[in-house]
Design a protein around this ligand. Structure first.
Ligand SMILES: *Cc1c(COP(=O)(O)O)cnc(C)c1O
Length: 382
């Protein structure tokens, strides 16, 4: 079988061969437990973890002690939101977030609402953006936490998180950002922001699935959500996933050295794809802000085409409609609905997300394939 062209990097990325090479010895030769301080097996593992922690800290311009390794962004977000809520219950119970957040944030908020939290879900403007003024207007004396994602996984829309973090601090609350789609794609300098907590995931930046991290600014009150051997300065107990951590560190190092050339390369390819499709179908709409957007992502709405037929027919490219994490449901994307799209247009929207192995040749094939499929579906009128 010939594989379709992979244009779904926001769902997951392949492991970079250089990342795989770095992690492999930690399954076999260097298999030690990083908490075993009495022999060389454990000490080698601990050294590798320290090195990886520094590599990730360098990418974010954070301090290594501010990083907690987790199993991925979902766990990081659970720890951030639940841990801050539990640590600040005496101060208030109000949390502010946005309608277009990933389900990993929205579902945790729903859980906290069951425990007595009051949640405000801010509506974005039709471009998918929220403003610091909107956040300020929603804050009350009971607000303890604001969570706004750095970049949206479906549309690529980039929120003004640094400005929002500043506003949140002026009002005396804490700020968390789900930066899963931003890390490795955008420059992030945490020393220059008031962001208190930041979630990220390895498998969105060419490390494997099942490894992630939570950045916790020094002195941020946080209650662990998993107790045990007091690993990770008692913020997340459990034997460390040494190969995964080594992989995440290596992926962070590669992202740091290659981002400045890779981001413009991807933006040029993404623009080529978008322009190519729009040249064939001028009525196609770009969902979300075009100005404030990840370099690798475009989300396009195809009017007058049946969404299900479209997704079924686009079999030479691997793309998605809505996020992979909510693909189990048949509801239209909550992100596109929040931007004001009709159900039909939300169903007939396709997310293209490019990555390391995207080339001009496969983008041109994708344009041709989309032209054929959409052209055919419009003629037969499905
Ligand atoms: C993928 C993703 C997540 C979930 O990450 P996991 O590591 O798979 O748990 C959360 N938020 C965003 C924005 C994502 O893209």
């Amino acid at each position: 079988m010939t594989y379709p062209i992979y244009l779904d990097h926001n769902a997951t990325t392949p492991v970079d061969p250089r990342v795989l090479e770095a992690m492999l010895p930690y399954f076999t030769e260097h298999f030690g437990n990083a908490a075993s301080r009495t022999h060389v097996f454990g000490l080698n593992a601990a050294d590798a973890v320290a090195h990886a922690r520094q590599q990730l800290a360098d990418l974010l311009n954070a301090s290594p002690v501010e990083l907690v390794f987790t199993s991925g962004a979902t766990e990081s977000i659970n720890l951030a939101l639940k841990g801050v809520f539990e640590a600040n219950q005496h101060r208030g119970n109000h949390i502010i977030t946005v309608q277009t957040e990933h389900k990993a944030v929205l579902d945790v908020c729903e859980h906290l609402a069951q425990l007595g939290a009051e949640i405000t879900y801010l509506p974005p403007n039709p471009d998918g953006l929220v403003t610091p003024e909107q956040v300020a207007a929603a804050m009350t004396p009971a607000t303890i936490l604001v969570s706004v994602m750095w970049a949206n996984n479906e549309t690529g829309t980039i929120q003004p998180v640094e400005a929002i973090a500043e506003t949140v601090h002026q009002h005396g609350a804490l700020f968390h950002t789900d930066a899963t789609q931003a890390v490795g794609k955008l420059l992030i300098d945490l020393s220059q922001t008031r962001i208190d907590l930041l979630s990220l995931s390895g498998h969105k930046l060419y490390a494997p699935k099942g490894i992630g991290a939570l950045y916790v600014r020094k002195k941020t009150p946080l209650i662990a959500q998993q107790d045990g051997g007091r690993h990770e300065r008692a913020r997340r107990s459990g034997t460390l996933n040494v190969p995964g951590i080594v992989a995440l560190g290596k992926a962070a190092e590669l992202a740091q050295t290659e981002m400045l050339t890779e981001a413009p390369r991807l933006a040029a390819l993404r623009n080529r794809l978008e322009t190519g499709i729009l040249a064939n179908f001028p009525d196609v709409q770009v969902n979300g802000s075009r100005a404030h957007r990840l370099p690798n992502t475009t989300n396009l709405a195809f009017p007058n085409v049946d969404g299900e037929a479209l997704l079924m027919s686009l079999n030479e490219i691997a793309v998605s409609n809505g996020s992979a994490c909510t693909a189990a449901s048949t509801d239209p994307s909550h992100v596109l609905k929040a931007l004001g799209l009709s159900d039909d247009l939300a169903y007939a929207s396709v997310r293209f997300s490019l990555g390391l192995n995207s080339t001009e040749a496969n983008i041109d094939r994708a344009i041709e394939h989309v032209a054929n499929v959409v052209g055919r579906l419009r003629v037969v009128g499905v």
